[in-house]
Ligand binder design. Structure first.
Ligand code: FES
Length: 160
């Protein structure tokens, strides 16, 4: 954690009184600023609230909203809304999990990929769909997602 990040963290904590009940709002605010919960931030919060680090990790692991790793360089977000679901979103997610070796919500240890799901991407006519680094890819299939992910391995971006 660099100086600037430490300053941001101190600024966040300055709005709180240091009560245990503030744990979740503090973690949410840290994540909103950093995109995840850096381990140095967890240590700060642990000291600030006088709560063991282990407790904070178990809270952070319990709630799906929290991330303990930064987002990967490539972010794959698969829609599991109704329109996508009935057109096979689950199989697409399974294929992505298999190819990337990740479960939904996880980031690879080399920080190359983050695999997420979302309730609806707002392009149901293209169901099933996903976004790759914010760009929508529609009419997906397990075969197509393999091509999309392979293109990332090659360093390029697929138009599939
Ligand atoms: S349900 Fe997937 S885009 Fe709407």
């Amino acid at each position: 954690m660099d100086e600037w990040e430490e300053e941001v963290l101190r600024e966040i904590l300055s709005f709180y009184r240091g009560e245990r009940s503030e744990l979740i709002p503090i973690l949410l605010e840290i994540q909103a600023n950093f995109g995840y919960l850096p381990k140095e931030a967890i240590l700060f919060v642990s000291e600030f609230l006088n709560v063991p680090e282990g407790h904070i990790y178990s809270v952070a692991s319990f709630y799906k909203a929290f991330r303990l790793l930064p987002l990967g360089k490539n972010r794959i977000t698969i829609c599991r809304g109704t329109a996508c679901h009935i057109r096979g979103a689950h199989q697409i997610l399974q294929e992505a999990e298999k190819v990337l070796g990740l479960k939904e919500g996880e980031t690879s240890s080399d920080l190359k990929y983050t695999l997420d799901t979302v309730a609806c991407l707002g392009c149901c006519a293209l169901a099933p769909c996903l976004t790759l680094d914010g760009k929508v890819h529609g009419l997906m299939s397990p075969e197509k997602i393999k091509t999309v992910l392979a293109s990332l391995e090659d360093g390029g971006e697929s138009d599939v």
